[in-house]
Design a protein around this ligand. Structure first.
Ligand code: PLP
Length: 340
């Protein structure tokens, strides 16, 4: 069989042997009544990691984001968000469908939005524009290439917007933590709520968490039920999640080092993309190319399997199932590759 390196996403990761063992041993109960001890432990553990009072275990990152939107906004509100954020453009219009809100989208090409642009949207309420109910930030910011946000920017945002809620989509928060050395709690302090995924680089099979104040998380539980996301004896999944939080964070540094090596290979192979490999600081190689779809298809035929995230933007993601040897193989393929 010819070799194939799967760089489509860190969601393709498999649960580790330790996770499978923990799942087999897990104590479980009916989480609908708050009686699953393993879920309760996972929620407490995550809340402590991110410095919030409480957390809620949810089936997916999308549901975590959607519950946050339901809890923090009212119908008709505007959410300020980066144009390329997951909650804006990768959730099938869920915020409009579920919560009757609209987005004011700002430029986030580099990952962060500009504070003055955020403040202008808020200020425009005086000019009969709709009420801003929420600001959404994404850390790491996936579409820009897994960019970790700057803690100082988040603190400045919190000071500038006063009491206005901020939701942190931290699907890959722990990649940001490992890349910058900023603690999860510090990153989350300016945020009202934070969502993070266990099922991406951390390798758990299923699950995400939403954290915030105890009163907000009580409301989040109601919204989770309304969306059909209350899961009964899901402690089996939470058991894997605990292994993820306890043992799988530090190793993300390996994914980051491998992604940087790949980034250098891609930058050399495709100079026409003007891709700056040093912009790759976590586990995502993403660059513009006029023929991104052809590039992805033709590399796929040679065993280097990536994807596109926009018509002219290619993406390759490292994760626990990608080894140094796999990276060597990809670099060899890139050296010989000519776009046909
Ligand atoms: C993957 C992702 C999500 C959604 O997570 P799912 O578990 O796939 O629903 C949300 N935000 C960002 C930034 C993501 O990358």
């Amino acid at each position: 069989m010819s070799r194939r390196v799967d760089l489509r996403s860190d969601t393709v990761t498999q649960p580790t042997p330790a996770m499978r063992e923990a799942m087999a041993r897990a104590q479980v109960g009916d989480d609908g009544s708050g009686e699953d001890p393993t879920i309760n432990e996972l929620e407490r553990t995550f809340a402590a990691f991110v410095g919030k009072e409480a957390a809620v275990f949810v089936p997916s990152g999308v549901m975590g984001n959607q519950i946050a939107v339901r809890v923090l906004t009212a119908p008709g509100d505007v959410i300020i968000a980066g144009r390329h954020q997951h909650v804006v453009s990768f959730e099938m219009g869920a915020s409009a469908r579920n919560s009757s809100v609209q987005f004011a989208t700002l430029d986030d090409t580099s990952g962060a939005m500009r504070l003055n642009e955020i403040l202008d949207v808020i200020d425009a309420e005086i000019d009969h524009q709709p009420h801003v109910g929420l600001v959404s930030v994404e850390n790491t910011h996936m579409p820009s290439g897994g960019t970790p946000l700057d803690l100082d920017d988040l603190v400045a945002l919190r000071h500038a917007v006063g009491e206005l809620p901020i939701h942190l989509d931290g699907a890959r928060l722990f990649n940001a933590v490992v890349a910058t050395g900023t603690s999860a709690a510090a990153y989350c302090a300016p945020a009202t709520t934070v969502m993070s995924c266990l099922s991406k680089g951390l390798c758990a099979p299923v699950g995400s968490l939403l954290a915030g104040s105890a009163s907000m998380m009580a409301r989040a539980r109601v919204e989770r039920k309304r969306l059909g996301g209350a899961m009964r004896q899901a402690g089996f999944l939470a058991a894997a999640g605990l292994v993820a939080l306890e043992t799988m964070i530090d190793r993300l540094a390996d994914d980051h080092a491998r992604a940087r090596r790949l980034a250098e290979g891609f930058a050399t192979a495709f100079p026409e993309s003007n891709y700056d490999a040093t912009s790759c600081r976590t586990n995502i190689v993403a660059f513009d190319h006029p023929r991104a779809r052809d590039l992805v298809a033709q590399l796929g035929e040679r065993g280097v399997v990536g994807g596109t995230i926009a018509p002219r933007r290619a993406r390759f993601v490292t994760h626990a199932q990608v080894t140094d040897d796999d990276v060597d193989f990809v670099l060899e393929v890139l050296q010989r590759f000519r776009l046909g």
